[in-house]
Design a protein around this ligand. Sequence first.
Ligand code: AMP
Length: 376
Amino acid sequence: MSFSALGLFPALLNPIEAAGYTQPTPIQQQVIPAVLAGRDVLGIAKTGSGKTASYVLPILHQLQQVGAFKYREPTVLVLVPTRELADQVQRVFNEFLPALSERQTCLAIYGGVSINPQMQEIGKANILVATPGRLLELIEKNAVKLSSIRILVLDEADKMLNLGFKAEVDQLLARLPAQRQNLLFSATLSADLSLIQQLILRNPQVIEVAEDAGDIDLIHQLAYLVSEEKKGPLLRYLIQQGNYQQVLVFASSTLKTDAIVNKLVKNRIHAASIHSKLSQQTRRDVLQQFKSGQLRVLVTTDLLARGVDIEFLPCVINYELPRSPKDYVHRIGRTGRADSPGDAISLVSPEEAAHFQLIQKKMGKRVKTLSGDVIV
Ligand code: AMP
């Protein structure tokens, strides 16, 4: 199937070609026609499947039909859980926005940066990509109204409906007009159908892209049972022996990420961390360095487990296991993407062994486990 067969307005085909997309991905083949037909959609697909463009492209098609919008009354709202994902989604909109015949803008809105520039810019944007808390602040300051929103997207919807965000998301939903199109996306949504009902999807088209068998095989999972004090030496050994150009390391806390980075740097391995205590500018710079290949090891918390697209990442290492089995799947999903294979290695302390069993059970896959203490 080609993009031209999907019914998108012709000018959109140029930036699609310029982006190097030769044909729609499976999720795009199904989601684009459903959104164009005005349906509510529940899309279940991993980051890396092309899900962002699957909603960005048909939304732009609809904006092309509608044309003008009122100052401070945007018509498209995309809610996301992290600042990084907000930036990433905004970039995808910006890639395709020039195709519209009338100039329109997309603004990413999130906390951790000064609110004033956002106050000034928000009135001019017709598309908002926002984390919930800062958007509520801007609404309270009368910088924006949500009463003209025609399309709502919840990206990483399971996360957005989790306890941490739910109250804020509910407050935002209460401000939206009842007549709107709702698009929900999540990598994992299966068991939580009751949560979706709370969002009152109208007769949604459920689109689930079957996990490609080859896709799972792209991730070579391996675990080392290792005492806590040997995790550091084992991490360095794995990075060097594996000869990985780049490695993403996950730890459980901000403090831990900094401690791991210090040890790596002392051992002359180029590493930096991203976590919630850093300024947004630092987070953005470090992520950019990592994405462009200038940084070898990025150590982070579950902040980066979801959504963020890093091309050709050869290795993910869990220095500590995540609490939730779902987050394990999200973390290892940062590698083995876009048809390039990757390694996902977990360092499991004796205290974590039972939890690792549970993760494997939930995932439905056994992971080969070696003894790490004999190596280092
Ligand atoms: P996403 O799942 O939205 O995070 O997208 C993952 C990656 O796939 C991004 O780097 C996109 O640029 C890329 N991508 C999206 N759609 C296509 C397509 N039809 N063909 C090739 N690459 C694509």
